[in-house]
Design a binder for this molecule. Sequence first.
Ligand code: SF4
Ligand code: SF4
Length: 414
Amino acid sequence: MQTQLADFIKDTPQGREAESILRKCVHCGFCTATCPTYQLLGDELDGPRGRIYLMKQILEGATPTEKTRLHLDRCLTCRSCETTCPSGVHYSRLLDIGREVVEQRVPRRGADKATRWALRTLIPQAGLFGLATRAGRMVKPLLPAALKNKLPDAPPAGVWPPPRHARRMLVLDGCAQPALAPAINAATARVLDALGISLTTAAKAGCCGAVRFHLNDQQGGRADARRNIDAWWPAVAAGEVEAIVMTASGCGVQVKDYGHLLQDDPDYAEKAARIAALTKDVTEVVAAEEPRLLELLGAMAARAPRPVAFHPPCTLQHGLKIRGVAERLLTAAGFALTPVRDSHLCCGSAGTYSLLQPEIAERLRDNKLDALAAGGATCIASANIGCITHLQAGTATPVRHWIELLDERLTRRA
Ligand code: SF4
Ligand code: SF4
């Protein structure tokens, strides 16, 4: 695609990156067919090719409007278009740049501004979010249905094995997950302990930065990244840990991107690249220990397979490009994975999207739950707290992190 960027951006790092992305796009439109918002809304401007055109026009000097911003807001950042694109267009990076420019030119007002401020302020602070979640649970019967559904009861986390192995890894606690589903990281610690790895946390690490970054507080997102790097660095520099484990694929995408996000920061660029290289989704960690896992499972009595439908989060399949791994591990553990149509499509959670674009998010969730139920599963498994909470709000079928199912099987509870 020929481009002629406007003076305000052409000689900046963002301008150069945007130009190289735009030049790769050949307008073929293949991506449009796999875009969830285009499928629902049927408007070219609510699909990737249309959004790329809009961003190109703005970066070339056109004046954005509230309508431009709405088409960009409606994008889930699911990156299904990137998986489909034959030309390797890095759409999500272009969107980050486009959204930042539009946000500055078309400032938000009223309730939209206040809601985004509240989300940026509340969610990334784990302590505050935990307090709000506990308070919300106490008055749950009085809450409106939309909010009530977002507050699932949290089963107890169970025992976190004390560190006893020479092999060590760190795990990110994150922001919303400890309050919404504390059992996920504890289950991960138990599974890794059984595989000969001790899992620990760094007290000062917190939100990965994705919440603020994707609510157009990109500097705030970078500040979260720097805080986490500072928290993890002593153990990393001392060579005490093999990896930094992510149990939410959304956080994994963000932390693996720290090297890129901080590449122009002379104090953090090198550390950020090292942290990014050490970061692994829990699927990658367990898959690397598969022979030992199969040994443990092989020593256990066979059980009747339990039908499970797996929903691969967009951040796992399109962001991290990890496909089929959790499914393979669950199958090895004796679960019967049911077929799920259109598994490449987003469930509508998409970070804070389900709160900001509830109508589209609910339509996507209902379609996804229909697809997940079609094979007769008695449980839904996924790999990201946002998807798990969003899906659970629309179904009575339990929705769990896949590592919890593996933990239950290893500890003979499933
Ligand atoms: S990221 Fe997802 S919603 Fe956004 S344009 Fe691409 S496919 Fe469509
Ligand atoms: S598939 Fe790729 S090259 Fe084709 S229109 Fe979409 S982004 Fe552009």
